[in-house]
Write a protein that binds this ligand. Structure first.
Ligand code: PMV
Length: 328
């Protein structure tokens, strides 16, 4: 009744932005991401008959409130599927610096889903696991797979066909991602609230959704052909479109800070000097920069010299869910 799983976070090259069903976490558009080896969560789940409720520690600290509720609600889904009413002790270790602006919920829910289902005796396929993980955190459903993965939004109202599928494995292509950490506080508006407001009020949202199919087709072709310029161009433009929708929302908002824009401009200048580098940004101020291994030194040096940048963390393409042996 105990299992441990490790999951890596992912960065979307085609963003998930907008839900068509809030409760089931069903998106309005397909998204596509690359899993990163530098940032991960390891979670151990142990079901214990003596427990009267779930317990959850993150980096050895007891978690309460909204974060705890999300975990215990997710475990309810696992218990329902297994038909077993046992509470669990959940211990997570996050190697995702929250300040790096990565959705640690992606690696967190992927590791939780894998460990919780295995410990309770379920053996799910990767698609089933991805579909279940989606209901904890949308972007997490892509972290079941390593390499490049696409979350297919699906058509069904019950979400049965909404899960991620692999596009290309980890070893297909050695691209790199630098996470540029800014001297900034935590984001004010969660991705959940930000996308809700955008869907409900932004006149640009329609254009965003309509632009997805051609972006997806182009980026998938670029990945399969290892065409870095194509992938970078599509990813950067897709990120800018997503962020443009927030400016049209009511009330309008942006996740960008002045340093965010400095990093974006620096990346574009770097490109004009012949170094292929492209940026993407999630629901926060930090920037992720895509580049090729041979340009690592130049890219790093350039990013570290930007005023307001406190750290640059490097990552390669990572693997999917991994089950670890419990020492007992
Ligand atoms: O799954 P969430 O609620 O953390 O939303 C993630 C949304 C973005 O990071 C902005 C885009 C994405 O596809 O990961």
């Amino acid at each position: 009744m105990k299992a441990t799983a490790k999951a890596h976070t992912n960065i979307a090259l085609i963003k998930y932005w907008g839900k068509r069903d809030e409760a089931l976490i069903l998106p309005t558009n397909n998204s596509l991401s690359v899993t990163l080896d530098g940032f991960y969560t390891t979670t151990t789940v142990s079901y214990k008959p003596e427990l009267t409720k779930d317990t959850f520690t993150l980096n050895d600290e007891v978690v309460v409130g909204e974060q705890y509720n999300r975990v215990t609600n997710f475990l309810n889904k696992v218990r329902d599927i297994a038909g077993k009413q046992l509470y669990a002790e959940v211990k997570s270790i996050n190697a995702v610096p929250t300040a790096a602006g990565f959705a640690s919920s992606a690696s967190g829910f992927a590791a939780l889903a894998a460990a919780a289902t295995k410990a309770i005796g379920l053996s799910l396929t990767e698609s089933e696991l991805s579909r279940l993980t989606r209901q904890g955190s949308g972007s997490a459903c892509r972290s079941i797979f390593g390499g490049f993965a696409e979350w297919q939004k699906g058509e069904m109202e019950d979400g049965s066909d909404s899960f991620a599928v692999p596009v290309a494995p980890k070893d297909h292509w050695d691209i790199r991602v630098a996470a540029v950490v800014l001297n900034a506080k935590m984001k004010k508006l969660s991705s959940r609230s930000g996308m809700k407001r955008t869907v409900e009020t932004s006149p640009f949202f329609k254009g965003w959704v309509e632009s997805i199919p051609s972006d997806l087709e182009a980026i998938k072709q670029g990945i399969l052909e290892r065409d870095f310029h194509k992938v970078g161009e599509v990813a950067e433009a897709n990120c800018l479109k997503m962020h443009a929708t927030t400016l049209g929302a009511n009330p309008p908002f942006t996740y960008w800070l002045d340093t965010t824009m400095s990093v974006m401009q620096t990346v574009q200048e770097l490109r004009s000097t012949g170094v292929p580098a492209y940026f993407t940004i999630d629901a926060g101020p930090n920037v992720k920069v895509l580049y090729l291994p041979q340009d690592e030194e130049k890219v790093l040096e350039t990013l570290r010299n930007i005023s307001g940048v406190t750290d640059v963390r490097l990552s390669r393409v990572g693997q999917g869910i991994k089950y670890l042996e419990d020492e007992e």
